[in-house]
Design a protein around this ligand. Sequence first.
Ligand SMILES: Nc1ncnc2c1ncn2[C@@H]1O[C@H](COP(=O)(O)OP(=O)(O)OP(=O)(O)O)[C@@H](O)[C@H]1O
Ligand SMILES: [Mg+2]
Length: 254
Amino acid sequence: MAEDNPVLKVENLTKRYSGKEVLKDACLSVRQGEIKVLIGPSGAGKSTLLQCINFLVMPDKGRIWLEGQEILHSKKKELYAYRQKVGMIFQDFNLFDHLTALRNVEIGLVRVRAMGQADARERAMAELERVGLKDHVSKYPAQLSGGQKQRVSIARALAMDPKVMLLDEPTSALDPELITEVHAVIRSLGAEGMTMIMATHQIGFASDLADEIVFMENGAIVETGLPSKILSQAECARTREFCSKLTGLYGDSR
Ligand SMILES: Nc1ncnc2c1ncn2[C@@H]1O[C@H](COP(=O)(O)OP(=O)(O)OP(=O)(O)O)[C@@H](O)[C@H]1O
Ligand SMILES: [Mg+2]
C-alpha cells in the first residue's frame, strides 16, 4: 500500500460523557505495518480513542476509514464486517472462562466467520502455536497464567485476519515476569508487519516498538512523533514533563 494510503484513518473523533468531552477531535492514521503507541496520563482518553476506533463506544462525532472505505457504523452488517478486521486486545483478556484456550479461539471462526469445525480447529491450533501455546490448548483460562491468557486473546484476534490490531495496555495486568512473554509476541507481530495502535504506560517497550508515539492529554492528541523525539526532545512542555517522569519510573520495563 502506498505511503499516503493509510490502512486506517480517523478524523475528528469526539466523545462526550455527561456533557464532558473526554475525546476531542482526535485525528490519526496508520500505514500498512506501522505501529503507533498512545501514551499519556491516566484519564487522557487513550482507551476511549481505541474503543471509539472499534465502535465499542460510539463516538459523538468523527469519521473512520479502513483501506480507503468510510465505515458507516449505523449499518449493522458493515459494522460487524469492520470489527472483524480491527482486532482488539484488552488489559483483562476478555476470554470466555467456560471454554478452553482452543475453543476460545475457535468460536469466532465458527460463529462469526462461519468456518467449518475442522477448518476452525486447524486455524485455531495454528494461531495458538504462533503465540507459543501449543501445549496449553486444552486448558481453561483459570488454569493459565495471565501472560498465557493474554496470548490466547492475541491468538483469537489473529484468527480473524485483522488488518489492524488495537491493544489497550495489553500487559498492565501482568506480573513483571509475565510481561516479557507477551511483549515478545507483540514484537513478533510487529516484525511480521502487523499494523498496530497500542496504549501503554511501558515506555521502554513503547520506544523500542513504536514507529511513532502519540502523546494524549485531557482527551486531545497533543503531539505525535518519532520515539526519540517525543521521549527526549518533545516540542510541547507537557509532553516533555510527562515523558521525563515516565522514563524515570518505567525506563527499563521492556
Ligand atoms: N463509560 C464511561 N462513562 C463516563 N466517563 C468515562 C467512561 N469511560 C471513560 N470515561 C472518562 O473518560 C476519560 C478518559 O478515560 P480513558 O479510560 O479513555 O483514559 P485513559 O487514557 O485510557 O486512562 P488510563 O491510562 O487510566 O487507562 C476519563 O475522565 C474517564 O473517567
Ligand atoms: Mg485506559
